[in-house]
Ligand binder design. Structure first.
Ligand code: GDP
Length: 329
């Protein structure tokens, strides 16, 4: 039997929500996994969870480090998930956001291009693009060809990296984008509204907290389950033809609906008085109708396993369990 050559998969942002699910999925398929984390703590955590992963510390803003990492690992596949994840906070650091989320991926495309020129390796790349590139979209739901109108530094930066993926694809590189809509899980930080809600609701249900304070609960989002989105990334990169793919559920729900569903899951009925609206948490600019049409992705075989109600349930139950668990040590 011919030996099957294993993929050498490099994941940037490996310690984040998606990164951890992706590393697990790649290890399960037998890949050699290399991970770039932003902090030493993150790399250490990953190594202790997965001793076979080669984890390093790196920053997309550091051109030399990115080239050195690509040259030393010689990956056959790169999944770029690195960068600041908070859309709201991209207003605090617009230039750094442009550098890391906009130019950072180009440092990878360039390093991969040069690697392939030098060695003949034909690496594939998956760029984590974002629904934020559509911003105030003229079209609902959005498709791969919807015109882009970003309204945040985050969306504009992701849009540039998205365009450059197309530029390198036209040059002959295997670069695809996953245009990711909001996706959540028990691993999501509380800076995102979904996890903020499920943690607070779990605390309220257990009598550990009285109220939750939120911003605009009439914003709508298309919320999916992070492990389903990681499966989409693996499917997209495995395609013979690279391309752009919307990764979304196609369903739009308001923050208000998420909240109601979460309280119901936790068995709290008298919850309206528990919610405080703070106009200070409203965003100056906020895309209100981001919903994606995943028809193209479904046509190549993507089948998400978890819908909206089940997503909320998974997150609330996980947080109840987390809070009930005895503190270690
Ligand atoms: P984003 O879509 O990547 O910005 O994800 P978020 O989970 O941070 O925000 C989703 C939506 O929830 C946005 O429209 C926010 O304006 C809205 N939202 C309402 N209250 C809150 C809150 O307390 N925290 C956050 N993060 N978002 C909130």
């Amino acid at each position: 039997m011919m030996p099957v050559s294993r993929e050498r998969s490099l994941v940037t942002g490996a310690n984040g929500q998606d990164g951890t699910y992706l590393v697990e999925a790649l290890l399960a398929t037998g890949d050699d996994v290399y991970a770039m984390c932003h902090s030493a703590d993150g790399a250490e955590r990953l190594r202790s969870l997965h001793p076979t992963v080669t984890a390093t510390v790196g920053d997309l803003a550091d051109e030399g480090a990115i080239h050195a990492l690509i040259d030393s690992t010689q990956p056959t596949r790169v999944f770029n998930l690195a960068g600041n994840t908070s859309v709201a906070r991209s207003w605090e650091y617009p230039a750094a956001t442009a550098d890391v989320l906009g130019v950072g991926p180009i440092r990878i495309y360039d390093a991969l291009w040069k690697l392939s020129q030098r060695t003949g390796i034909k690496p594939r790349m998956l760029q984590a693009s974002s629904a934020e590139i559509f911003g105030n979209a003229a079209q609902v739901p959005q498709t791969e060809s919807t015109p882009r109108r970003p309204v945040t530094p985050y969306g504009a930066a992701k849009g540039f990296a998205h365009d450059m993926a197309g530029v390198y694809r036209a040059r002959g590189m295997h670069v695809s984008t996953a245009i990711l809509y909001n996706h959540e899980s028990p691993r999501r930080p509380e800076t995102f509204v979904a996890r903020k809600i499920t943690m607070a609701v779990a605390r309220i249900a257990l009598g550990m907290q009285e109220t939750i304070t939120l911003g605009n609960i009439d914003a709508f989002r298309d919320w999916g389950y992070a492990p389903d989105y990681v499966q989409a990334m693996m499917l997209i990169i495995s395609r013979e033809e690279p391309g752009d793919f919307i990764v979304a559920t196609g369903e739009s729900h308001s923050v208000r609906e998420f909240l109601a569903e979460a309280f119901e899951c936790a068995g709290v009925t008298d919850w309206h008085s528990r919610v405080i609206i703070d106009p200070g948490l409203y965003r100056p600019v906020d895309p209100l109708q981001l919903v994606g049409d995943p028809a193209l992705l479904r046509s190549i075989g993507w089948q998400p396993q978890v819908g909206f109600t089940e997503l909320v349930r998974i997150m609330v139950l996980a947080d109840l369990e987390l809070l009930r668990a005895p503190v270690a040590g």
